[in-house]
Design a protein around this ligand. Structure first.
Ligand code: 5CA
Length: 448
């Protein structure tokens, strides 16, 4: 994409309404625009990130055998009356009446709809287990929408629903989903802390929330310090495959007298909840009549769980975890564009154009800073928008045939020839490297 042809919506000044870094940078870099309280339009730059996150979530859910479907945003009240949640949900539920005086609602979640899909088509233990998910907009009429997409009223959620014959089967599915979530957050470049949680209006007796540690997080969490570096910390990775193998609790689950950790081992931090999983047995299958025939020919209610990821909230959480005073530092896996190219002085245009075309030809997402602007303005905008790598073509190109690669995350600058710059970029930004199919900087494909 060329800056000159793109819908750039950069704001020069700090918007009044933003109180945290992620909201500020999303508005200033033109990712989102508020349409009314807690409701946002996604502009082209922001939508690219949202779609990249959705795609990683999709791949990892498909990997464990979950199947993508799509539920409608509008649901009939009658279905929620059957589950008993219509009255309970209160003012957070947006209720709508259609022209025939039928009561509808904008779904805040979709246990009822997916249970309905299940009960219509699955009747025997032979067809189990099943797991469906969708990535769909939800609406909760939050009393205090704030921090932009972090606590919106309309927000994008990945929600999955699992159906097993037995409680043991359902718990095994839960454990598989837990692992899938850890993979998702890892691929997003995030360290997520899985904490034991209460189940709230979803119900059930086993639940975990996944938190990104950030001072601006809305919840307080208590956890084993080893979880901060799960890839290295003394066997923590193995202990995490069984979610009872470590201590990590949400606020209302933390019991100081029962906590095995003390001193430095116990972390008390603020967290952003980016995922929440539930095992709730037959809470919905019984009232909604989702029964199957078991091996003995008995009709039994199916064992269920539900599993949510806050896809739009993750955009904010990612920025909270990756920014500095100049703007965003996107992890390569979700960046709107991997590389920005800037010709900084007269006579560099042809080289910029050649590199831009070569990168595009190899499938790299490149952004060409081709507006008639000072070098300083281009630097500032590239830093703000957070492209992971910048190719800077300036006077050194004209005098020595060299250009600079800047790594946004570290500020490091590497001088090299255009040929070296191209292969350096391909090692890090080729589509199969970003998607994890190939290791960075090696031509060997990954096993498995
Ligand atoms: N049905 C279950 C799981 S599928 C469910 O709704 N769980 S939830 O209520 O915990 O929501 C799942 C995730 O959606 C949360 O972990 C959070 O990341 C995100 N979320 C919830 N409310 C909002 C909101 N108002 N704005 C942005 N994201 C939200």
């Amino acid at each position: 994409m060329r800056a000159s042809a793109s819908f750039l919506a950069l704001l020069r000044d700090n918007p009044q309404e933003s109180h945290i870094a992620s909201h500020q940078w999303m508005l200033r870099s033109g990712m989102i625009q508020q349409i009314t309280s807690g409701i946002y339009a996604w502009l082209p730059l922001g939508l690219r990130v949202l779609n990249n996150i959705s795609e990683i979530v999709r791949q990892e859910q498909n990997r464990i055998g979950a199947q993508e479907a799509l539920a409608p945003t509008l649901q009939p009240a009658s279905l929620w009356k059957q589950s008993g949640r219509y009255a309970d949900y209160g003012k957070e539920m947006l209720r709508i009446v259609d022209r025939h005086d039928h009561d509808l609602l904008y779904g805040p979640t979709a246990e009822e709809v997916f249970t309905l899909l299940f009960r219509t088509h699955i009747h025997s233990y032979k067809q189990l287990p099943q797991c469906l998910y969708n990535i769909q907009w939800k609406f909760r009429d939050e009393i205090r929408p704030r921090f932009g997409v972090m606590r919106g009223r309309e927000f994008l959620m990945k929600d999955a629903y699992s159906f097993d014959l037995t409680a043991d089967g359902a718990k095994a599915t839960y454990a598989q989903m837990f692992q899938s979530y850890m993979r998702i957050f890892h691929r997003l470049g995030l360290t997520a802390i899985p904490v034991r949680a209460s189940t709230g209006p979803i119900g059930g007796d086993l639940s975990h929330e996944f938190h990104i540690v950030a001072d601006t997080g809305e919840s307080e969490i208590f956890y084993d310090a080893a979880l901060d570096s799960p890839m290295s910390g003394g066997g923590i990775r193995e202990r995490m495959s069984d979610f009872n193998g470590f201590y990590a609790c949400a606020d209302d689950q933390h019991k100081p007298e029962a906590c095995p950790l003390s001193g430095e081992q116990l972390r008390t931090k603020r967290g952003i909840e980016v995922g929440h999983i539930f095992y709730f047995g037959t809470k919905y299958s019984e009232p909604l009549d989702a029964f199957v025939m078991d091996q003995k020919g008995n009709r039994v209610p199916v064992e269920m769980g539900s599993y949510g990821v806050g896809v739009s909230r993750l955009v904010g959480a990612l920025i909270e975890a990756n920014h500095d005073e100049k703007g965003i530092k996107w992890p390569i896996s979700v960046a709107p564009f991997a590389v920005a190219i800037a010709g900084l002085s007269k006579g560099t245009e042809d080289m910029a154009e050649t590199l831009y075309q070569s990168l595009l030809n190899q499938g790299v997402t490149a952004f060409m800073m081709d507006l008639d602007q000072s070098a300083g303005k281009k630097f500032a905008d590239m830093d703000m928008m957070g492209f992971p790598y910048h190719i800077l073509i300036g006077s050194k190109w004209l005098s020595q045939g060299l250009l600079d690669i800047k790594i946004r995350a570290t500020g490091e600058i590497i001088s090299c020839t255009p040929t070296d710059a191209l292969s350096w970029m391909m090692d890090r930004c080729a589509p199969e490297v970003i998607s994890g199919k190939k290791r960075p900087g090696s031509s060997e494909p990954l096993a498995g």
